[in-house]
Design a protein around this ligand. Structure first.
Ligand code: ADP
Ligand code: MG
Length: 296
């Protein structure tokens, strides 16, 4: 017996590495007029590594001590940046002390109490705006970002003590995927990221995106998606993180990266790229359009 066209299309999407949750999603994917992609973990591999540790409160802590404290907090986070910090601490042979009162603030960073000190790790200007003027820390952040890396600040009891420079590799297939999206949509692809503008522009240039929106909190990503929708766009959002979940929900259709994607992103999305191959995104849009022609 032959399969009904929609069912066949869903099976076909599965062969292309995209798990589509139901047939309505195919209909929505066929409508796509613009694709908005997250940076960290979506356009990049999401396997970032600590490239440098800059202690900005001299005498306070050694580089190894900074990594040990930061990793004790990041152990509780599923953010790709957290994995980098934990791996860097492990490479120094550190034994991580327990952390209590862990709290993650999506798009900002993480906080916990370690050895009697409150430790914050994340984006300084959003985590602790009052401390953003600290001269040595501000200088270290500027230098790290000028390299196209992500600056993650470590604070102890509210005072900045170090800046970590974290490097992430752009996926080898990201530029091809962006070209594929651009060829299928009326508006050029958009980059939505919580990371800093310098690092965002560097990645955007590498993959061929000109519409870059950086420094976004999770709710800002939602606002960007809604603004596009109000212009009449049917926005497909592609993301991997907890910070992307609200935007995935607000999208015409949300696609999560399955490989390292967070649970909440996978649950919120309408479709999942199973093998983390970004070109599966334009492939599934093209397939959804062919399926619609067959059904109508
Ligand atoms: P993206 O949109 O590129 O995936 P996110 O919104 O996840 O980025 O994160 C934005 C910024 O918030 C990061 O660049 C980092 O500075 C900070 N941040 C968020 N979570 C963490 C964490 N667990 N550890 C360190 N920094 C974090
Ligand atoms: Mg991400």
């Amino acid at each position: 017996a032959t399969m009904p066209p929609l069912l066949a299309a869903m099976a076909n999407a599965g062969r292309h590495g995209v798990l589509v949750k139901n047939a309505v999603v195919l209909e929505r994917l066929a409508d796509t007029s613009v694709v908005a992609l997250d940076k960290t973990g979506t356009l990049t591999e999401g396997r970032p590594a600590v490239a440098e540790v800059r202690v900005t409160a001299p005498g306070a802590l050694s580089e190894a001590e900074v990594l040990r404290l930061a990793a004790a907090v990041e152990r509780g986070s599923e953010h790709p940046l957290a994995g980098a910090v934990v791996a860097a601490a492990a490479a120094t042979g550190a034994v991580l002390p327990p952390a209590s009162g862990f709290a993650a603030r999506p798009g900002r960073g993480v906080t916990a109490t370690v050895e009697g000190h409150r430790v914050d790790v994340g984006a300084l200007e959003r985590l602790a705006p009052d401390a953003a003027g600290h001269p040595a820390t501000a200088a270290a952040i500027a230098e790290v970002e000028a390299r196209g890396h992500t600056a993650v600040t470590v604070l102890r009891d509210g005072a900045p003590v170090a800046v970590l420079g974290i490097r992430d590799t752009v996926r080898a297939d990201a530029a091809a995927a962006v070209r594929g999206c651009a060829a299928l949509t009326s508006a050029p692809p958009v980059l939505l990221t919580g990371d800093n503008p310098r690092s965002a522009r560097r990645v955007a240039e590498e993959v061929g995106i000109t519409d870059v929106r950086a420094g976004l909190l999770p709710e800002d990503k939602v606002a960007a998606v809604r603004a596009l929708a109000e212009r009449g766009e049917r926005v497909v959002v592609v993301g991997d993180g907890v910070n992307d979940a609200p935007a995935l929900a607000a999208a015409h259709a949300g696609i999560a990266m399955g490989g390292a994607g967070s649970d909440v992103a996978l649950e919120t999305a309408d479709a999942v790229v199973v093998r983390d191959e970004l070109p599966a995104v334009p492939a599934v849009v093209a397939l959804a359009r062919r399926a619609r022609r067959l059904v109508i």
